[in-house]
Design a protein around this ligand. Sequence first.
Ligand SMILES: Cc1cc2nc3c(=O)[nH]c(=O)nc-3n(C[C@H](O)[C@H](O)[C@H](O)COP(=O)(O)OP(=O)(O)OC[C@H]3O[C@@H](n4cnc5c(N)ncnc54)[C@H](O)[C@@H]3O)c2cc1C
Length: 284
Amino acid sequence: MKEYDVIAVGLGPAATSAAIYAAMGGYRTLLIGEKSGSLYRAEKIANYYAGGEIGGKELFERGLRQATDVGAEIAYGQVVEITFGEKGFHLKTPEEEYEAKVVLLATGVARNRPRLAGVDEFDGKGVSWCAVCDGFFYRKKKVGVYGAGEYAVSEAKYLSGIGCDVTLFTDGRPAPEYAGTVNTEKLSALYGGERLEGIVLANGEKIVLSALFVAEGVASSGDFSRMLGIETENNAIKVNARCETNVPGLFAAGDCTGGLLQVAKAVGQGAVAGFEICRYLKKR
Ligand SMILES: Cc1cc2nc3c(=O)[nH]c(=O)nc-3n(C[C@H](O)[C@H](O)[C@H](O)COP(=O)(O)OP(=O)(O)OC[C@H]3O[C@@H](n4cnc5c(N)ncnc54)[C@H](O)[C@@H]3O)c2cc1C
């Protein structure tokens, strides 16, 4: 297990800006994330201070170079789980496990609600967004996991580990590497009465399920909020002026905190978070 003072989840401008401050403050700092997210997708940025017109990817790469130049480390991968650990927090990627005294969430905005009829209707009535939070209630029952990536596999493994009978539904996408049951048929809708009763495939077949755990795309700030009990408002993480969440030692910055979704705001909030993380660690 690798140990750090600070782990920033994300490689975008918010996480990278915070990591620069934390590393320059003398703390062992790791950035974990992927070459993706809003900045990485933006073709041109023309409104960032002194940046002129610059490609999103170039700005992204420059940020990472600057962070490593001042001593931050980078791990490329998806964080699939964050829980409370002995020294603060315990983070998992499919390849590695980490401990950190402080975590910064800077995962950008989540765009991972599946377009599947019935998801809204049965939300909280069988449709769940967090295996760690709700899996317990479905032990020994037939459940589905919706998704086709590493996050979905991680949720499926967690649920079968606590005794659920799990099928991973990829909704027409190729099966990921997973030793359990996978259904790759296209899905049509969820069905049920007061609560979810199952899923209808595009070929008309019905499969009985007690719950469907949505784990689409990459784990988002909303997913981590549910895992750790972080307060949110309108799908954004609630932070104070120091970028602190309601969970001690857990900070958030950038698009995942809502408000203005712009590079300048992400960089600014990352700077505040990085500075406040140093103060927090000094007091600790
Ligand atoms: C097409 C487009 C054009 C834009 N144009 C402009 C513009 O001209 N000017 C402007 O100011 N803003 C623009 N924006 C908005 C700007 O890009 C964002 O506001 C900014 O990038 C937010 O930074 P962030 O660090 O919060 O998130 P992001 O840049 O979205 O970065 C999020 C990071 O988190 C990582 N991540 C997410 N989940 C996980 C996980 N589970 N584990 C590990 N890592 C994870 C991602 O891989 C990514 O590295 C544009 C956005 C888009 C989509």
